[in-house]
Design a protein around this ligand. Structure first.
Ligand SMILES: N[C@@H](CCC(=O)N[C@@H](CS)C(=O)NCC(=O)O)C(=O)O
Length: 356
């Protein structure tokens, strides 16, 4: 009798352990891939129904409004589109508003929430990250400051520029770097400040300054817009590090994740060889890593607060990073091969953390 009782008791204990471990397992599985609820900025953008994306609209290759057909193009514009597609599933006529901001306007506009994000050739710096209470996403273009001069000046490098007058844009890292570069050489110089890029290139063309200085990508973009680009030379000197990156206000981790992993999705897609052209084929891939990245099967990608197929929506809309680069940066004459903007597997710095 006592033996039977002990046996029944042992069986009951065992069964309740088995039952309990099932409950625990079930919970783990469910909570591991639960759809995160949109909160903060993401909830605000979804409720509003459109993204306010801060750009310049004056820099060919990065963000440019074509006055002839009123269309926007550029690498920064494509990242605005990628983010819109990640959030809303697609880009429509109404769910993305480009907000054009000058260099000096951009930070106050972000702080006042007039834009949800800056995709505006903005350099990630210590003081912007701390003093301005911004946060930066992954660098979308590794740049450096350069100098552009009329070819007729016959100048070979910065060392020939003692006494130069220099066109520069206010509210930029450019102003600070150029002053340091000339001071450290003990050179005389005169800075001629402008509030926007078109005025500064017009001033160079009009001979109001000997040199125009800004990010090398900006110089290439502005030169591509003049009537005869061969009249201007970008000197070989690189005066600074200008990691151009998305910027948003600090303190909203979910929004930071949404912006950051949108950019990483374009890097990861390139690494996996997924393009806007082969995305449907790739959705049928048997490779479990590609399936996870594309949100096939488990709702893994929805951990971020977006739909599980947000990566697919990005790739369908703008393609991978290589496609974005080829479409926007190659035409302004900046080759990718051998540069910091190559994929890490080709010796560059374009690298996504693990999609796992
Ligand atoms: N990357 C630098 C410079 C960015 C910048 O504002 N560059 C100018 C010259 S290319 C520009 O974008 N101008 C466009 C405009 O005024 O709308 C920064 O973050 O300060």
């Amino acid at each position: 009798m006592r033996r039977t009782f002990r046996f029944v008791l042992a069986l009951a204990v065992l069964l309740s352990f088995v039952a309990l471990s099932h409950v625990v397992n079930d919970r783990n599985e469910k909570s591991a891939f639960a759809q995160a609820e949109p909160t903060g900025k993401l909830a605000e953008v979804l409720a509003r129904g459109y993204l306010n994306c801060g750009i310049s609209a004056e820099v060919p290759g990065f963000s440019y409004l074509n006055p002839n057909d009123n269309t926007y193009s550029g690498l920064d514009v494509d990242f605005c589109r990628a983010l819109t597609a990640a959030i809303f599933g697609e880009v429509t006529d109404t769910n993305l508003v480009f907000v054009s901001l000058s260099s000096s306007e951009r930070f106050p506009a972000l702080q006042a929430n007039q834009v949800d994000v800056l995709m505006r050739n903005t350099t990630w710096t210590f003081s912007r990250d701390t003093d301005l209470k911004g946060s930066f996403g992954p660098t979308t273009f590794y740049d450096g400051q350069g100098l552009m001069v009329p070819a007729s000046l016959g100048v070979a490098s910065i060392d020939d520029l003692n006494g130069a007058s220099i066109c520069v844009q206010t509210g930029t890292t450019t102003e600070l770097n150029i002053t340091e570069a000339f001071n450290s050489r003990g050179f005389d110089f005169e800075l001629i400040p402008f509030d926007d890029a078109p005025s500064s290139i017009i001033a160079l063309e009009a001979g109001q300054c000997d040199v125009l200085t800004t990010d090398k990508s900006g110089l290439a973009g502005l030169r591509s817009g003049v009537a005869d680009p061969s009249l201007y030379v970008i000197l070989p000197d690189t005066l600074s590090k200008e990691p151009l990156s998305p910027m948003y206000n600090e303190g909203d981790d979910q929004w930071a994740n949404v912006v950051d992993w949108t950019v990483y999705a374009t890097f990861q897609a390139e690494e996996y060889g997924i393009t806007s052209a082969n995305i449907d084929e790739m959705l049928a891939s048997e490779d479990s890593a590609i399936q996870r990245f594309l949100g096939v099967g488990d709702p893994f990608n929805s951990l971020i607060g977006l739909s599980n197929d947000f990566t697919v929506n990005i790739i369908r809309t703008v393609g991978n990073y290589g496609e974005i680069y080829d479409r926007n940066i190659v035409p302004i004459g900046i080759p990718r091969e051998g540069s910091l903007n190559a994929l890490w597997t080709s010796g560059g710095l374009i690298y996504s953390p693990a999609w796992r």
